[in-house]
Design a binder for this molecule. Structure first.
Ligand SMILES: Cc1ncc(C[n+]2csc(CCOP(=O)(O)OP(=O)(O)O)c2C)c(N)n1
Length: 366
């Protein structure tokens, strides 16, 4: 195991102090260590492509290289600016990618989408002509140092892969435990399952939202309605929902997270054109990426009322406590869409969550 500070020190010694990225649970201790160390300028991004773009901009203005962290599932988002701008044969921009390697063939499989991406991650990097190393012990940080030097010399992106369990597990001591102020995600999901029509279809976002929906449906044996769990494809649950809603009269509810909605926010500009009366969009806003460690998002500073009305939603509802939730959930479910319901929620989820499995069966049932 490696202490997060060993990683940070390697970067600082190589004169890298601008860090950006999208959080991953495998890298969570390292990400918190960037916040704690004043020598770093840490700017979390909403999307892995955005993070690569920030690193390109940093290099253009300072000639220095940046470090970009993300989970390998985000490699797809990162590929466009990596190939079309940063590649050695295009603008030749150095940077170091720190990639959480979910589904590494050396680790037990947790979810099918991780296993698929994990198996081809090294090949993708090879195709991108990105030299990489695997960090398993402290000594491997020397390989990272050599790669960073190579990146500076040849002006090209390089990468390192970090498996689950490599970084020491320290608690985030800076994180204050707040008193319960808002509702919890699972309280809302259970209430929703009890209120939906038998024909309602729910599309739920990546992370704890899908896992809690799956678990509650099974624990309480609720057969009303059906679910499609976005186990991957983070940020795309709203557009999957719109795609479904366009060809059915059934009520379609998207259960979204703030990290997810921000990842591909631009896609919501399609709402006006789609004008789906049967589309209802719920934002479970805890202003954090809770499923991967609780790193903050700026969602509590965004005025979703103004935003969604300019995007073409017909109705906006808001709840921050049980009382206004109870009033507004009924109005929201009765409304003609596209409707948006922002619910401020507390961090906190059901312990020992199951992971949806038998995905093809779930799809066929949906
Ligand atoms: C493209 C991509 N990037 C990153 C991840 C890792 N990831 C899984 S869930 C999650 C956080 C989602 O945050 P939010 O939507 O706010 O929901 P919460 O976890 O707070 O319930 C992240 C970053 C991923 N699965 N896919």
């Amino acid at each position: 195991m490696i202490a997060a500070k060993n990683f940070s020190n390697t970067l600082l010694k190589e004169n890298i102090n601008f860090i950006t990225g999208v959080p991953d649970s495998v890298l969570k201790n390292m990400i918190f260590s960037f916040d704690k160390n004043k020598k770093f300028k840490h700017m979390p991004a909403n999307n892995e492509g955005t993070a690569v773009a920030l690193a390109i901009g940093h290099n253009l203005s300072t000639k220095k290289m940046a470090a970009v962290y993300f989970q390998n599932s985000g490699l797809g988002n990162a590929i466009n600016p990596l190939i079309s701008i940063a590649h050695q044969k295009v603008y030749s921009i150095p940077m170091v990618l720190i990639i959480g390697w979910r589904g590494s063939p050396n680790k037990p499989v947790d979810e099918p989408q991780h296993s698929v991406k994990g198996k081809i991650t090294k090949q993708i990097l090879k195709l991108l002509n990105i030299k990489y190393c695997i960090i398993r012990k402290k000594k491997d940080l020397n390989k990272l140092k050599d790669l960073i030097k190579l990146s500076k010399k040849n002006k090209k992106p390089v990468a390192c892969l970090v498996e689950k369990g490599t970084l020491e597990n320290q608690s985030n001591k800076n994180k204050k435990k707040s008193k319960k102020k808002y509702l919890l995600r699972h309280e809302i999901i259970l209430d929703l399952l009890n209120k939906i029509k038998p024909s309602t279809k729910i599309i739920s976002t990546t992370g704890y939202t899908s896992r809690e929906l799956y678990q509650l449906r099974n624990t309480y044996n609720i057969s009303k309605g059906s679910d499609f769990y976005m186990v991957g494809g983070m940020g795309h649950s709203a557009m999957v929902s719109v795609g479904v809603a366009l060809s059915t009269r059934n009520e379609i509810i998207c259960l979204d997270g703030d990290g997810s909605i921000l990842m591909h926010l631009g896609s919501l500009s399609l709402i006006r054109g789609s004008n789906n009366k049967n589309f209802k969009h719920i934002l479970l806003n805890n202003s954090s990426h809770e499923s991967v460690g609780g790193q903050k998002t700026p969602a509590n500073k965004i005025n979703f009322k103004l935003l969604t009305s300019s995007l073409g939603y017909k109705n906006y509802f808001f709840a921050s406590n049980k009382k206004n939730y109870n009033t507004n959930i009924n109005k929201f479910l009765k409304s003609k869409g596209p409707s948006f319901f922002e619910i401020r929620i507390e961090e906190g989820s059901i312990k020992n969550l199951l992971r949806p499995n038998n995905l093809k069966k779930i799809k066929n049932k949906f």
